[in-house]
Design a protein around this ligand. Structure first.
Ligand SMILES: Nc1ncnc2c1ncn2[C@@H]1O[C@H](COP(=O)(O)OP(=O)(O)OP(=O)(O)O)[C@@H](O)[C@H]1O
Length: 203
């Protein structure tokens, strides 16, 4: 997936301009920049929801995209395993295949001992790691993660950062918008949006 001189603004003021990058499956990109610099905006552009004001985004037509947001959303009484199994069944795996694959994804994010625990019994960090496992289960080409540690204390955030490092996958481009320097350090590659801010109004 390639970004070619991408820029965006909602008003006269450009948030960022001239962003040229090739995003490669297998890498985990941090997306950093001050509040309001356009991190969520760039995630929307990457997802195809928002056309950039200028430049070009070359993304394959059938690019499967999954999102993980800062507030984990699950079904209170369903188990951790259920949350990961369901997208796998939806993709046509047999129950046995889905169970095995779910175990693997839960292990990747360090939740293998909690597979039978109900969602409402998980801590914030555990729930967030479950969202990462569920994101992986949809086998996306592009996994967009928005501020995964924003609601967490430092110790809990550390477990999520460990999971971020572990979710690198051969066929997936992972992009993680974050303010947290430790989350940034967990990523393999970096996009610092402040390097693309123009700081001035341009038409
Ligand atoms: N749909 C919109 N219309 C107009 N302005 C918008 C819209 N969406 C975002 N903005 C503005 O664009 C700027 C960038 O927003 P964005 O949410 O992309 O930044 P961010 O870097 O993700 O910020 P934060 O770190 O606080 O989440 C902000 O000033 C925001 O108010």
């Amino acid at each position: 997936m390639t970004l070619e001189r991408v820029g965006h603004r909602y008003s006269d003021e450009w948030l960022f301009r001239g962003l040229t990058r090739t995003l490669t499956p297998g890498a985990v990109y941090s997306l950093t920049g001050p509040s309001g610099s356009g991190k969520s905006t760039l995630l929307s552009i990457l997802s195809g929801w928002l056309p950039p004001r200028e430049g070009a985004v070359e993304r394959p037509k059938d690019l499967r995209t999954a999102w993980v947001f800062q507030n984990p959303h699950g079904t209170a009484h369903r188990t951790a395993r259920d949350h990961v199994v369901l997208p796998l069944l939806a993709h046509g795996l047999s129950t046995r295949e889905a169970d095995e694959m779910a175990e693997r994804h839960l292990e990747t994010v360090g939740l293998h001992t909690l597979t039978d625990r109900a969602f409402h019994e998980l801590s914030g960090g555990e729930a967030q790691r479950l969202m990462l496992a569920r994101g992986l289960a949809s086998a996306p080409h592009l996994l967009l993660v928005d501020e995964p540690t924003a609601q967490l204390d430092q110790r809990t955030a550390a477990t999520v950062n460990t999971a971020i490092r572990a979710i690198a996958a051969d066929h997936t481009i992972v992009v993680v918008a974050t303010h947290d320097p430790r989350t940034r350090d967990a990523c393999t590659d970096h996009i610092a949006l402040d390097a693309y801010s123009t700081g001035s109004a341009q038409a």
